[in-house]
Design a protein around this ligand. Sequence first.
Ligand code: HEC
Ligand code: HEC
Length: 347
Amino acid sequence: MRKWLLVFLLTGAAAGLSFTRKKAALFRVPDGWPAPTYNFANNRLTNEGILLGRALFYDPILSADSTISCASCHLQYTAFTHVDHNLSHGIYGRIGTRNSPAISNLAWSGLLMWDGAVNHLDVQPLAPIANRDEMDFSLDSSLIRLKRSALYPSLFRNAFGDTTITGERFLRSLSQFMLTIVSSNSKYDRVMRHERGIEFSQQEQNGLKLFRQHCETCHKEPLFTTSGFANNGLPVDTLLRDQGRMRITGKPSDPLHFKIPSLRNVEFSYPYMHDGRFERLQQVIDHYTSGIRHSDVLSQELREPIVLSANEKVDMIAFLLTLTDKAFLYDTSFSYPRFLFIRQTKE
Ligand code: HEC
Ligand code: HEC
């Protein structure tokens, strides 16, 4: 387990965890980061709750034909997204309508989904479970299966004190696990913390400067998103004509506004954008310099053209690659909990 998981350094009341309990910290705010928006006081993390959530995240039992788990579309090695498909691939080979987003640092996230359709992490799992193209199941049917399983009653008891399996406990434990998926150990983070011997190359340093000049207003450090929505000038996709945020708000000022994704681990989270239209970072940079569609609803920050030389584009990409966090991608505490499932088949 990584050191930061053990250190207990939560800033103030934000977390609502008691300092008097002598337990190891299960969540800590990395130095210099803002307070989380998730209210931990309403869902106290425990090792057992996190483990239950982790089991559920990796278990295809939550889909109608028991083939698709959350992890089918959110794979750890690719920063909890799915790289083989531009649009998500779910049950019975059905193709969804959007690119599966990378998942990390959800404790700081505001509204969820590309269009902000979901307003709280604790209800988010209901969406993929019920989605016809994803898991095509329901919470109630999932709970029935969990009650009948050999594994879950004891996991619920460990997490919540008795074997009662309720929707609320189910959702809380999934949140608990997802909240622990924190990425804060990229080269960028280590340089910012002034760790000894870790420095940006000249190229990366220049890339950071350019990034702060052109991208920072939306992809704000250290989370690399403001958690807001923006229209970054992508031409509307001809197939789905996804209007993004406007679908939810109905506001004429919101068409083609999508959630600003974090750029952490962007090296691995391709393809990019809500519909996965770009495969490579070079294409993304080219979009920002020469592909932007100007319109009344283009976000203000992108109205001035961004001019970058070929060298500057290389520098920008070099900087984006410093957001790769290998410790996160290979952290075994987020990985498939093989030990649980092996035990279950033996029983
Ligand atoms: C078939 C693929 C698929 C499966 C299975 C799936 N997801 Fe997703 N996930 C997506 C897609 C696509 C989106 C974006 C949906 C949208 O914008 O409408 C998403 C969005 C999310 C988000 C929001 C991230 C953000 O920053 O806004 C979270 C959290 C999440 N999924 C967790 C889960 C959990 C938990 C499960 C299992 C219960 C799950 N997903 C199952 C494809 C999938
Ligand atoms: C006006 C706000 C804004 C600015 C400024 C901005 N972006 Fe974005 N960025 C977005 C939004 C919104 C999306 C998602 C759009 C979509 O999917 O339709 C996005 C998506 C991306 C993605 C894809 C990430 C993924 O996981 O799919 C990358 C990479 C990216 N931006 C890099 C940059 C870079 C580099 C700059 C500076 C040159 C920049 N952005 C400037 C708003 C912005």
